[in-house]
Ligand binder design. Structure first.
Ligand SMILES: [Zn+2]
Ligand SMILES: [Zn+2]
Length: 222
């Protein structure tokens, strides 16, 4: 097999377990696979950040601001390797790399969410989409085989740049498309959770549109 990431040839070990579960052999070689670090151990129960506190400082801050996001679940840690792979995937448009995440994404998602949820991928602006050819959040969501609702839209870049700096600072990144989310349990999907500002803003909009419970799921927690 050719590794999806480093392109080296490698021979997958044919194990009995693999045959039993009919699980497909990994798309990347063991060396590349070992560099992806799944989040484990002590984490903030709200945002998946590695932390000794049950709820981290950031999440206490979000709580004070009355966030409506119930929880963020992430799959991998943000290390140099992940940075490199994400860079290739997202900015250099290497869509095929999504396959390297399939197994872990599905497993972690299933551990935390039931199948009655609707996925809302974080949108890209139309100019970014044209540049990258695909939306990485939608690519991640597509691994889950669950219904997606395109409920959010980026507020046009152009309009944003015409605003003064101060207006931009207080301005929102998203608006609603009018797709129906009322009464639904929603999982917002994105590639990265860093400060959380993006998903908390998205959650607020969806809540105002009547969504019942809102969570987020991201590939990486940085
Ligand atoms: Zn490799
Ligand atoms: Zn937290």
């Amino acid at each position: 097999m050719k590794c999806l990431i480093c392109h080296d040839e490698w021979v997958p070990a044919m194990s009995f377990a693999l045959l039993l579960t009919l699980r497909q052999a990994d798309v990347c070689c063991p060396r590349c696979r070992a560099r992806f670090i799944r989040l484990h151990g002590n984490r903030c129960e709200r945002c998946s950040r590695l932390s000794d506190q049950a709820i981290c400082e950031d999440c206490i801050g979000w709580e004070k601001r009355k966030t409506v996001l119930k929880q963020n679940v992430s799959v991998y840690m943000y290390n140099d390797w992940m940075k490199e792979v994400i860079n290739r995937f997202k900015f250099r448009g290497d869509y095929a790399l999504i396959e390297a995440f399939r197994h872990d994404v599905r497993r972690v998602f299933d551990e935390h969410f039931s199948s009655d949820v609707f996925l809302v991928p974080i949108p890209l602006s139309s100019s970014r989409l044209a540049e990258r050819r695909f939306n990485q959040a939608e690519a991640i969501a597509s691994l889950l085989s669950l219904p997606m609702i395109f409920a959010l839209q980026r507020i046009d870049d152009e309009k944003q740049s015409k605003k003064t700096r101060r207006e931009r600072f207080v301005g929102l990144k998203f608006c609603l498309t009018g797709e129906d989310v009322a009464g639904k349990r929603i999982v917002i999907v994105d590639d990265l959770y860093t400060t959380g500002a993006t998903v908390h803003e998205a959650a607020k909009l969806l809540y105002d549109a009547g969504a019942r419970e809102i969570y987020s799921f991201t590939l990486v927690r940085s």
